[in-house]
Design a protein around this ligand. Structure first.
Ligand code: M6R
Length: 600
């Protein structure tokens, strides 16, 4: 979702900004723009569509050592050149980029800016017009910016430049992510470290309701009262090659292939000296103290939570509820006496989940975040963090983060079980090793999944995924994967629920992908397949070795029955990938979607 970059130094900023924006493309966007200042004016270049379009619009002859850039994911106003950022104040003196949503922009507009002609439909333009209004009242830009910030309700990451002072970028944040990167005789601003890894790996975190004055020599953080805040920097442990596609045509395919490696990394990272799985003793204590776990997450992470509930309940015998984060806030269940909240989020920035975390912390409950991004908002604000160690996930469709989430949840369940005095009847380290090898054999079988995609999904307008027990949860994830990147309407259903309504949707040739990895429901799910086939469906059964029957389309290598979701999802990821590819869809950047959903 919207991304911000900024550069101030001695070099021409245009290429640095454009390269930075390209690194933020994965977040999802529909227009992009940059504004550069050089003392002779501010030059704004913006275009609807991809950064490639913006590149064409940028005047190569302008040299400017200060600049800000933005990728926009439309919220207020359609994707268009007019609504894309940067936005300028009425006189053109101030130029601003914004990530987030200003909830009271209409009130502010009516209260302060009745006489100002607006050029866009965005909430953002209100901010830059307000700053100019306060400057015109005699304030410095810093004072005017601070006064404006104190009026804003909602989420924002902002970068502002002043035509009259090209040696400063004003930055602020609330709820939306933003970092300042440090260099020698230059400094940068970025929504995430990946964007500016090209010039620095040293960053300073910003907290909500802080503003920063960035010059090429200095970074000064202040709170909204104008008091200076001291904060050290950190080195972003990212390798530039982690965020390159290499020889892969798409990040999604690369990330699917990385899953066996991620499994091994997770085992390494969570294995103690004696070889047993270990997690931070404070987390173990919190799990031990809890009488009920509440898992909060969105999208794929929510689907991981559904499987995680099975792990924790079956291994550690601790009751778990799983909630969609956007629903939880106003639909809160009656909480137990000693709840522990677990937030699952690849990005650690999902605004819906963050809003629940804020609520939960206000209520005084402990919270653990399971995330792929150290230092992310959900990680910083929770009491505890467990990392996924999956490496940057760039494709909008989450793949390796899902299986990493499952592995970390399994480890959490196992360690908790032992701490609660329950025996776990299998060796999880060994079983995760078997999972890693099984994953490898699946990623080596791409042709089989490409064939399934071609045969079942080339012309269809819909597709159903069915399963029972944990296979149902994996089916939900398979359906999400397929719909988000191929735009085929795909839904996951519990096998037994079909006859209660969904079966009415089955027509001649409707593809139904059925998972059969669990012995105790193998016959029942096959019965459901027969029901849909009798009504014209075109079934594709993916079964587990040992449970297969004639006619199954693919047989998965055997893994422990509780861990099957870690491997049964891989065919579904690959089938979705090839379906999207065959339909000429933009696999890594599907329409309307953002990687990191930073608005509620
Ligand atoms: O970063 P998060 O895990 O919190 O993101 C949650 C969802 O937005 C995310 O899983 C989304 O559903 C993916 N596009 C699914 O592939």
């Amino acid at each position: 979702m919207c991304g911000i970059v900024g550069y101030i130094g001695n070099n021409d900023s245009k290429e640095i900004l454009l390269k930075g924006l390209e690194k933020l493309e994965y977040r999802g966007y529909d227009s992009a723009g940059i504004a550069v200042a050089n003392g002779e004016g501010v030059h704004v270049f913006k275009e609807k569509g991809r950064i490639a379009e913006l590149r064409k619009a940028v005047d190569a002859d302008v040299f400017a050592a200060t600049g800000i850039g933005h990728t926009r994911w439309a919220t207020h106003g359609v994707p268009s050149r007019e609504n894309s950022h940067p936005h300028q104040s009425q006189s053109g003196r101030l130029t601003l980029v914004h990530n987030g949503v200003i909830e009271n922009y209409d009130i502010l507009k009516r209260e302060y800016l009745q006489n100002v002609p607006f050029k866009s439909e965005t909430d953002t333009e209100v901010i830059v017009q307000l700053v100019e209004l306060f400057v015109n009242e005699g304030n410095t830009v810093e004072e005017a910016f601070r006064r404006t910030l104190s009026l804003l309700h909602g989420s924002y990451a902002l970068a502002l430049i002043d035509d009259k002072d090209p040696d400063t970028i004003y930055v602020a944040k609330n709820k939306s992510p933003l970092l300042v990167g440090l260099g020698k005789e230059f400094n940068v601003v970025a929504s995430d470290a990946m964007a500016m890894l090209q010039v620095t790996n040293e960053y300073v975190e910003l907290m909500d309701k802080e503003m920063v004055i960035v010059t090429k020599e200095k970074v000064t953080i202040k709170n909204l009262d104008g008091e200076i805040v001291d904060r050290g920097s950190y080195i972003a442990e990212l390798d530039a090659s982690d965020i390159e596609k290499g020889t892969y045509p798409h990040y999604m395919l690369k990330e699917i292939d990385e899953q066996p490696l991620v499994m091994r990394k997770i085992i390494q990272n969570y294995q103690g000296g004696e070889g047993a799985l270990e997690i931070d003793s404070d987390i173990v204590a919190a799990m031990k103290q809890a009488d009920r776990i509440y898992i909060i997450a969105a999208g794929t992470s929510y689907h991981a939570g559904l499987v995680g509930k099975q792990f924790i309940e079956r291994m550690a015998k601790l009751p778990v509820e799983v909630h969609i984060s956007s629903e939880f806030g106003y639909n809160m269940p009656l909480l137990s006496e000693k709840p522990l909240f677990i937030f699952i989020s690849q990005s650690g920035e999902t605004a819906d989940s963050r809003q629940v975390l804020v609520q939960v912390k206000e209520m005084g409950h402990p919270a653990l975040t399971i995330t792929n991004v150290p230092g992310s908002t959900l990680s910083r604000e929770a009491d505890f963090t467990l990392l996924l160690h999956a490496g940057p996930e760039i494709a909008v469709a989450s793949t390796k983060a899902y299986t990493a989430q499952l592995a970390v949840l399994a480890i959490l369940a196992e360690v908790t079980a032992k701490s609660r005095g329950f025996d776990v009847e299998f060796d999880l380290v060994k079983e995760l090793g078997i999972v890693a090898s099984a994953m490898e054999s699946l990623t080596d079988s791409k042709e089989a999944f490409e064939d399934i995609a071609r045969e079942y999904l080339t012309v269809t307008r819909n597709c159903f995924f069915i399963g029972r027990g944990i296979d149902f949860y994996v089916g939900l994830e398979g359906a999400l994967k397929l719909k988000e990147i191929s735009y085929i309407q795909a839904e996951g259903f519990a096998g037994g629920e079909l006859k209660h309504g969904t079966i009415a949707l089955i027509e001649e040739g409707t593809p139904v992908i059925a998972l059969a990895t669990q012995d105790y429901v193998n016959l029942s799910i096959r019965g459901n397949v027969k029901e849909v086939a009798a009504r014209g469906a075109y079934p594709c059964i993916i079964s587990m070795k040992g449970l297969e029957t004639d006619g199954d389309r693919f047989v998965l290598p055997e893994v422990h029955h509780l861990l099957t979701p870690l491997i049964s999802v891989i065919p579904l990821q690959l089938i979705s990938y090839y379906a999207a590819l065959h339909r000429d869809c933009d696999v890594d950047k599907p329409r309307n979607l953002a990687k990191s959903v930073t608005v509620e």
